[in-house]
Design a protein around this ligand. Structure first.
Ligand SMILES: [Zn+2]
Ligand SMILES: [Zn+2]
Length: 150
């Protein structure tokens, strides 16, 4: 989640929207608060069992969906599958590493503004927003892959 949030705040927001606090939902929130990389659903499930051993896969899916709808987590694309990652504050664009699945965030610069202007002048389209994600390899993974050894 965004670094400004804590477990209680998230659970309160969920409860406010009718999703009462349960040990299973709390487990999923704890996992997402504690990750520094984008996770597949089954990884969220595995980690959540540490907090709540009897949690079910369906609950994990549902809770991630709730958290996504409330804006606490976002889906990021990583090659063929998608993963979940805590939504950072502000309008940023994730760069997802396909090897370690750590996420860096790119706030944007003038090049995005000029791309928008270019597209509008080329197409006559009035752009109101965008979704933008990148995937590839982080600097550390890239170096390790080039070196061929740890
Ligand atoms: Zn943007
Ligand atoms: Zn990496």
């Amino acid at each position: 989640m965004s670094i400004n949030l804590n477990l209680e705040e998230v659970l309160e927001r969920m409860a406010h929207h009718g999703w009462r606090r349960t040990p299973a939902r709390e487990a999923v929130v704890r996992v997402m608060l504690g990750t520094d990389r984008a996770l597949q659903v089954h990884e969220v499930y595995q980690r959540a069992t540490r907090y709540h051993p009897r949690i079910g896969m369906a609950t994990v899916y549902r809770t991630l969906e709730i958290l996504e709808n409330l804006g606490f987590v976002q889906k990021v694309h990583a090659g063929e599958c998608h993963r979940y990652y805590p939504t950072p504050p502000g309008h940023v664009h994730p760069l997802v590493c396909l090897r370690c699945f750590r996420v860096q965030n790119f706030a944007g610069d003038n090049s995005l503004g000029s791309l928008k202007a270019h597209l509008e002048s080329q197409t006559g389209f009035h752009i109101q927003g965008h979704l933008l994600q990148f995937f590839g390899y982080c600097e550390t993974c890239w170096q390790e892959m080039q070196g061929g050894a740890e």
